[in-house]
Design a protein around this ligand. Structure first.
Ligand code: BGC
Length: 475
């Protein structure tokens, strides 16, 4: 499991609301946001770029079967699940900063291998290596930032990460579209080296996480780091609080399954699984392949993909504005309902077979845009936000890590089987299945997911431990 250390995210809320206008602190927060954005950007770019690259890749290496295309797409996700698990442990042992630096190096190595791969199997190896880095980044970058940023901006950071993911996806779609005429899939993969190098350089300018230093008993160094990040009066209380919390026994896997935590663990893991089995990444990774198969030209398919990526970013921005106003549940429930309608619309467009013309082509595109926009306003950001909010401090790192791994694993299962499933039960059948699973998810969210808006993490820790979930909604 990642660590009880991850649990210190949110450890010092008492200073929330206190305003410091120190310019230096602001600068550090901005730099930290930039680094978060680079981690999320790489996550988005490396997972999104394959969608367009597949169109050109599949005719290379003597032609790729559907299963080989699925392998190129989804082996990254196997690497990501391993990376998310490993990064938690490694960052506990050697620190967050060196872990991010190693992650950036792995990114560059994997991306270079993909861009210059001599054969199909080397490409698969490269995708696994990139996956290790994507998974590690999805875990350790928010962990580092969470421990480094002042409490009052931590909530925004979590959702900024989702925004960065969607921006990475959009940038990758633009790269795919811009390079379509050259059919240069190697460059499409290779461009990811730029943000990876920037992540490495950015991290070099940063200090180690103060909380990790305290946990190592290196209080003097932590004090020095904190003096750049906090009001002077907040420093000693924070050190004392983190030291006290780190003296607790580390949470074990058994603690995660204790009667108090189990219901919350199921909520996180089920949100993770529902986020994936309702089909988002079949759209994010395979939309151009589907549209091309339905009779769209390469350019039209990639352009539609860019529009879809832009809707994803735009609606994530809307979600960030609304999450703290209308609450998580309203967005989650409205968004998931929209996803179901979008899925059914897209599915019905394929009722006459896999080729789309005229009105049916428009219906498929409208359905896809509605689906993606609805995901971006609800289940996309809300999953990542809730897993950062609902767990008691002591198990937060471990529980978040488990939900993250469940997310990558479910993503893998869906992505590895999607094209094959289409050939077995047809495009209509697959989208109906996703529509049905979205309805199941919706029912579960309505019944079980608590509202967390406007409550401090300590309050939530108290409330979620004492009150059965459905009652908390009224709170
Ligand atoms: C999901 C990713 C997905 C992305 C799309 C994230 O919340 O975890 O799997 O690709 O949203 O925007």
């Amino acid at each position: 499991m990642a660590s009880a250390a991850g649990g210190f995210v949110g450890a010092h809320r008492p200073s929330d609301g206190q305003h410091s206008d120190s310019r230096a602190i602001r600068r550090h927060v901005i730099v930290a946001s930039g680094i978060t954005a680079l981690g999320g950007l790489l996550f988005g770019y490396d997972t999104g770029v394959v969608s367009g690259a597949l169109l050109f890749l599949k005719t290379d290496f003597g032609g790729l079967s559907s299963f080989q295309q699925e392998l190129v797409t989804s082996l990254l996700l196997v690497g990501a699940a391993i990376g998310a698990l490993g990064a938690g442990r490694i960052s506990d042992r050697i620190g967050r900063r060196p872990t991010v630096l190693i992650t950036a190096v792995i990114f560059v190595a994997g991306v270079a291998l993909a861009a210059f791969c001599p054969d199909f199997y080397t490409l698969l190896a490269a995708r696994i290596i990139i996956g290790l880095a994507v998974g590690a980044a999805s875990m350790v970058v928010p962990l580092y930032i969470g421990e480094t940023a002042p409490p009052k901006v931590r909530g925004a950071m979590v959702s900024l990460n989702q925004l960065a993911i969607t921006m990475g996806i959009l940038v990758s779609y633009l790269a795919d579209y811009g390079l379509a005429s050259t059919k240069n899939w190697r460059l499409m993969f290779g461009l990811a080296a730029i943000p990876a190098v920037l992540l490495f350089i950015g991290m070099l300018t940063q200090k180690e996480s103060p909380h990790w230093l305290i946990m190592q008993g290196r209080d003097d160094e932590a004090r020095k780091v904190l003096s750049r990040l906090r009001d002077p009066k907040d420093i000693e209380p924070e050190i004392a609080e983190v030291r006290q919390l780190s003296s607790h026994e580390k949470a074990t896997t058994k603690d995660l399954f204790s009667p108090a935590i189990r219901p919350l663990l199921s909520i996180g893991v089920l949100l993770a699984v529902f986020q994936q089995i309702t089909g988002i990444n079949t759209v994010i990774y395979y939309a151009p392949t589907l549209l091309q198969g339905a009779g769209f030209g390469d350019n039209a398919a990639l352009l539609a993909n860019v529009v879809n990526g832009a809707v994803n970013v735009g609606m994530t921005l809307v979600a960030i504005r609304l999450l703290d106003r209308v609450g998580r549940r309203v967005l989650l429930i409205t968004g998931t309902s929209g996803m179901a309608v979008g899925m059914f619309l897209t599915g019905f467009a394929f009722i006459g077979g896999s080729t789309l013309k005229g009105g049916l082509a428009v219906m498929a595109i409208v359905g896809l845009l509605l689906y993606t926009g609805s995901f971006a306003i609800g289940l996309g950001p809300v999953f990542w936000l809730l897993i950062a909010e609902i767990y008691p401090l002591r198990v937060r790192g471990a529980a978040m890590s488990m939900a993250t791994i469940a997310n990558w694993a479910a993503n893998f299962v869906v992505t590895i089987s999607f094209l094959t499933l289409i050939s077995v039960i047809s495009t209509l059948g697959v989208f109906m299945l996703f529509g049905f699973l979205t309805m199941v998810a919706l029912t579960y969210f309505i019944r079980k997911v608590p509202e967390t808006k406007g409550r401090s993490l300590q309050q939530l820790e108290h409330d979620l431990a004492d009150v059965p979930a459905p009652l908390q909604r009224a709170a």
